[in-house]
Design a protein around this ligand. Structure first.
Ligand code: IVH
Length: 671
């Protein structure tokens, strides 16, 4: 019993400490998933040993105290937290508990909506005018952030009604989540990195840090958004359901996440909706960390009532974590197809978004220095969507002093050539195009789905073929014999037959695929299709000079230069000749450029973009099949707005044109 008491005390202290870091300082030291684990453990121990439970436990409290510098605001009714569950069975158990509590046999209808990863705020509207806005604080008293909230464009200062039968109430306590979308977060962090400022660990911290500024001019510069998800005084309003309430908030001019609120009439539907949100999580432009399940009928909500920390009528279904804390076992350097040296952290394996992760990219030396990542460090890693996992930050408070600093090698770790860094570039490169790592990368690209599409030629087989000296470049693939393949470890008759068949079958690629497969810098699938369409023959492309190339619509100067230097290198033209001699016959015709969201769209640029030049932006647009317009009109599809935008921004707002910042623009174009 004494041990359990000690564990409970230790857990309480740790949770309180992390509450401070998260809620008060906006600078968490552990992943949300690890925090949840501590919290669940404490809940379990307290449940098993009610005699040891004390009133001060963090399991009975919400959030943490104010940061200082803000005036306190007492909430009209407490702003609570949500109980969490982590699997579908627990969702079904929640429904059972709800029905048992109500003592009804009737099924209960629920709403399921995204749980936005931001910070909770309350807006008080009196006679339609925004009077006070506050953070949640400890649930009872929050911080007055009215001036800052007023800088958020989609928070109305005055409510109006769009329906006569739905007058704006005298008093409305609206609650919702303030957040920063992912693109804005990335742009902000990129700017901070350029100014040597500390980075925000995630959009939630960026949103909290931005809202809790004593100078509201700083908040005004940060692109925050808000979704409203409820009210504090529902009992005073004439609505029957949470859904009706949401629709009415929208009618009064408040922003609600309407397309993503699902009404579910059975517990199975609830599970399905939770699953759908989890599966589509990566398609949201902002971070969602779970689904919130709410009893739809407001009278049932009041019958169910509240517990000390959370309402009985709602539950959060938390998704598998996309951030975790783990240890850096080592830092190794990888050499890619273009010779770029990338440091990679080898990690103690952790589950991220349902996948076991044991490596994370560290990008380059500058990035390592900025995050101060060392071998032996505890780090927070994250995986967003399908992208490569990356290290978010180092947990400095857990340093032992034994960690080892990383220094980028001066020589390529694969072939030993001295590395080079172009002026203005952060990436170090191996200059040896015969470096086995570059050859391996080129082979991988050559056989890939967008290129020659040779199934069965995975990394391992490529490695073995190179190791045995059977393949030195792409053309050697076409002289491989059955005997060669059977000499490789683990390759039996059937695999050899299949592979030979796949190699033979790849001999008539479209010209576009063939051009793409060559791996020329700046030539993706779209540009390759454009070139194929224009030249219709690889030799014609090979002989084109730079002016001819850059005169092609969609080919900018950078790509033209890259193509020209590729084809003036006789090693490359000799390789093409060997491939043609091996029987490759590129087919002209069906090389329609693949669909790109930019295809056929008109973009207008305004202001200076933070990281890319205007000429590069234009080139990317045309490469992807879009057009660049000079002024905003009804025909404009997108306005790309940088810093100090001109009158085009105002015009785009008036016309309702979609406005993108640089990060959103790059994301749309997949650049
Ligand atoms: S309803 C009584 N709906 O999640 C609390 N909360 O961990 C009712 N959150 O404090 C909250 N999205 O800040 C609700 N669609 C949503 C939400 C949401 C995010 C946050 C909210 C709350 C926290 C609970």
């Amino acid at each position: 019993m004494e041990n359990i008491r000690k564990e409970i005390d230790a857990l309480k202290k740790r949770i309180e400490y992390h509450n401070q870091r998260y809620y008060t300082l906006d600078d968490p030291e552990i992943s949300d998933a690890n925090y949840d684990k501590l919290f669940q453990r404490l809940l379990k121990l307290e449940k098993q040993h009610p005699e040891l439970e004390s009133t001060g436990s963090p399991t009975r409290k919400v959030g943490a105290g104010p940061k200082g510098g803000f005036l306190p605001v007492e909430h009209g009714s407490p702003m609570l937290s949500l109980e969490n569950c982590f699997d579908h069975q627990q969702v079904l158990d929640f429904d059972k508990r709800v029905r048992k509590f109500l003592g009804d046999t009737m099924p209960v209808s629920y709403t399921v909506e995204p749980k936005i990863d931001g910070l909770a705020v309350e807006l008080i509207y009196e006679n339609g005018a925004l009077r006070v806005a506050s953070t949640r604080g400890d649930g009872r008293v929050g911080e007055n952030v009215t001036r800052n909230i007023k800088t958020i464009l989609n928070v109305p200062l005055q409510l109006t009604t769009r329906k006569k039968s739905l007058p704006v109430p005298d008093l409305l306590e609206v609650r919702g989540e303030v957040y920063m979308d992912m693109a804005a977060f990335e742009t902000l962090n990129r700017k901070r990195a350029a100014n040597n400022e500390t980075l925000f660990a995630n959009p939630r911290n960026a949103a909290a840090g931005s809202l809790r500024q004593l100078d509201s001019r700083i908040t005004a510069k940060r692109p925050l958004d808000m979704f409203c998800y409820g009210v504090g005084n529902a009992q005073d309003l004439p609505f029957e359901t949470h859904w009706d309430l949401m629709i009415s908030l929208q009618q009064w001019g408040l922003r609600v996440n309407r397309p993503h609120i699902h009404i579910c009439d059975t517990p199975d539907d609830v599970v399905k909706s939770c699953r759908l949100l989890e599966e589509t999580r990566k398609d949201f432009p902002y971070e969602i960390d779970g689904a919130v399940i709410k009893v739809n009928r407001l009278d049932l909500q009041s019958r169910l009532g509240l517990k000390s920390r959370s309402p009985r009528w709602a539950m959060a279904y938390k998704f598998a974590p996309s951030q975790e804390t783990t240890t850096v076992l080592g830092i190794h350097v990888q050499v890619g197809r273009t010779g770029a040296l990338t440091p990679v952290a080898h990690l103690e394996p952790v589950a991220l978004g349902g996948v076991l992760v044991s490596r994370a990219t560290l990008h380059n030396q500058e990035e390592i220095d900025r995050k101060d990542v060392r071998q032996g460090d505890r780090v927070i890693v994250q995986r967003a969507g399908d992208v490569i996992p990356e290290v978010v930050k180092t947990v400095l408070s857990q340093r032992t002093g034994k960690e080892i600093k990383f220094v980028m090698p001066e020589a390529c770790p694969v072939c030993g050539s001295g590395t080079l860094k172009k002026p203005g570039e952060v990436v170090a490169r191996c200059p040896n195009i015969n470096c086995p790592a570059q050859v391996r990368g080129s082979l991988r690209h050559f056989v890939s789905k967008g290129g020659m599409k040779i199934d069965g030629l995975g990394d391992k087989v490529i490695f073995k073929l190179m190791d045995k000296g059977l393949v030195k470049d792409e053309s050697d693939l076409y002289t491989l014999t059955r005997k060669d393949l059977l000499s490789l470890e683990n390759i039996k008759e059937k695999a050899a037959t299949n592979l030979l068949g796949a190699i033979e079958g790849s001999k008539t690629p479209t010209l576009a695929r063939f051009i793409y497969a060559l791996g020329i810098r700046h030539v993706g699938e779209f540009t390759a299709a454009l070139l194929a369409d224009h030249f219709k023959d690889i030799k014609a492309l090979e002989n084109a000079d730079q002016e001819v190339l850059s005169a092609i619509e969609g080919i900018g100067p950078q790509t033209a230069e890259s193509l020209f230097s590729f084809f003036t290198d006789t090693q490359n033209t000799a390789l093409i000749d060997r491939l043609l001699a091996a029987g490759i016959r590129p087919v002209v015709g069906s090389s329609k450029p693949p669909d790109s969201p930019a295809a056929g769209k008109i973009f207008v640029l305004t202001g200076s973009l933070p990281t890319i030049k205007r000429s590069e932006a234009k080139e990317t647009i045309t490469q992807k099949g879009g057009r660049v317009g000079s002024s905003v009109s009804r025909n404009t599809d997108y306005l790309v707005a940088g810093e100090a935008p001109g009158s085009k921004l105002q015009k785009a707002r008036e016309l309702g044109t979609s406005i993108l910042d640089e990060a959103q623009f790059l994301e749309l174009l997949g650049a």
